[in-house]
Design a protein around this ligand. Sequence first.
Ligand SMILES: Cc1cc2nc3c(=O)[nH]c(=O)nc-3n(C[C@H](O)[C@H](O)[C@H](O)COP(=O)(O)O)c2cc1C
Length: 358
Amino acid sequence: MQIRNINLGDKPVLLAPMEDVTDQAFRLLCKEFGASMVYSEFVSADALIRNVNRSLEKIRVDDCERPVAIQIYGRDVASMVEAAKMVENEAKPDVLDINFGCPVKKVAGKGAGAGMLRTPQLMLDITREVVKAVHIPVTVKTRLGWDVPSLYEIPEEWKPIDKGTPFILELAMRLQDCGIEALTIHGRTRSQMYQGEADWTLIGEVKSHPRIHIPIIGNGDICTAEDAETAFNRYGVDAVMIGRATFGQPWLFKDVRSYLDTGKHDSTMTTDWKFAVLKQQVRTSIAYSLAEDCGAKGHGRSELGGIIHVRRHLANCPLFKGIPDFRQTRIRILQATTQDELFALLDEARERVVAISR
Ligand SMILES: Cc1cc2nc3c(=O)[nH]c(=O)nc-3n(C[C@H](O)[C@H](O)[C@H](O)COP(=O)(O)O)c2cc1C
């Protein structure tokens, strides 16, 4: 798959943008394990323009993580255009992604993110002007629609060719006409938030439509290598994007890559190796927090900022599933405040994982 001249190879697997998760430290780790492209968390166009320090930190990219996309969100044309130019000039990412999918109230409720699904004409206006304003490729990430009843409701002024055309298909064609160079579809509506199962049927319908020529990236509930393979084989998407399943296991990319390329899982990743990766993740998170105030909000340049940022990942690590009475240890992980504390808890967890696998 290609986005302009960026070659992402065959069956690319992308790291999804996630607020407070996909900072540079985590992106680099996922990249190291084979993510084909990584995305920053979304950054507010308004905050960027106001030169809010934390937002400027969020758009910093390292050459080692390329190709990398920076994602922005906002609700009016002028601020989105200005923010897009800032991102292009200051961060120089490979791709600029626009978020039209965030469901949370503080964003969608104000008309930005998935809120744009209720004002699709404005969504197109923003997209068209952002595409015109920058030289790098612009991509969009969105959802299937606002809610289930609106999945087949097309705005009057769009005059769809066929009655019964899904909204997302009509939207995809129009976004393509605005000049975007790839479209990511999360197979849920805004109303679903993160509940229920992602519906990939409509994603497949967009991908297979003869008028669609831009790459379609499928997203939602990819948790294993087998899920990724099904997404490619059954729905024909050009790439898959993985979000939550990367929590506590950035090595997932290594396994998915191996499975897609060879048909076999990666058998080289031992339990000891995985725990060493988790410790590496802790160290890098602290290092980034100390260097750039990109740890947890409000903790400035501190070890604690990095710890708070990373401990949620660790607590969700799938390696701990099945350990009897692990709840208390998980709580202690979530409350740890130093690297030494976290490492001691990880050592304890490793022994227990080894014990149950004997
Ligand atoms: C903690 C969290 C933060 C997220 N932040 C963003 C974001 O900043 N931008 C975005 O486009 N999507 C964001 N998402 C949505 C994910 O990118 C993705 O679309 C969603 O989690 C579905 O994919 P998954 O099932 O693989 O997790 C976020 C999701 C989570 C769980």
